[in-house]
Write a new protein. Structure first.
Length: 170
């Protein structure tokens, strides 16, 4: 199977389903090595006159080093048949094993950024802005700080321009 580059406007996608329920992989390359992580926090929209995606990465995640070094990354989306692989890719660090090889995913190049042949949809993204969450920004009554950050390891928000969209030809 191959991929077709499409216009973003042709992407008929439901981001709540794609990101929050089906999950995505955040993937980047550093010094010739590829690393990825599973994510279920993110979004898509328009900011500064650009079509953008938002991703959130905790500072201790190995993938963060790759995203920071590359300046470009992919967000890729999969069918339910890959749920077990995405679970493994989210639980195991690339510091500890070659988790990509372990799940049998094949790395492919998408306009100079890595993603996987098993994906259904790939967004090629260029980082525009990063910002760590500031605990002072949580409004009274919001339990996110206590619920999601008991270790105070606040996520870094990445705002990235969507440079290209690829969909698998079936």
């Amino acid at each position: 199977m191959s991929f077709e580059k499409i216009e973003l406007s042709a992407l008929h996608a439901e981001p709540f389903e794609m990101i929050g329920r089906r999950w995505m992989l955040v993937t980047a390359e550093k010094e010739g090595k590829v690393n990825t992580m599973t994510a279920s926090w993110g979004g898509m929209g328009v900011l500064w006159g650009k079509d953008v995606a938002f991703a959130f990465i905790r500072p201790q995640r190995y993938t963060k080093e790759f995203v920071d070094a590359a300046g470009r990354f992919t967000l890729s989306f999969y069918g339910e048949e890959h749920r077990q692989a995405l679970t493994h890719l989210g639980r195991v660090s690339g510091r500890d094993e070659d988790k990509i090889a372990r799940v049998g995913f094949e790395v492919c190049d998408f306009d100079g950024a890595p993603a996987f042949a098993q994906a259904q949809t790939v967004l090629v993204c260029r980082t525009l802005y990063t910002q760590p969450f500031d605990p002072a920004g949580f409004v009274p009554g919001c339990d996110a700080d206590q619920r999601w950050y008991p270790g105070k390891d606040y996520s870094v928000m990445y705002v990235a321009e969507i440079e290209a969209v690829y969909q698998k030809n079936e």
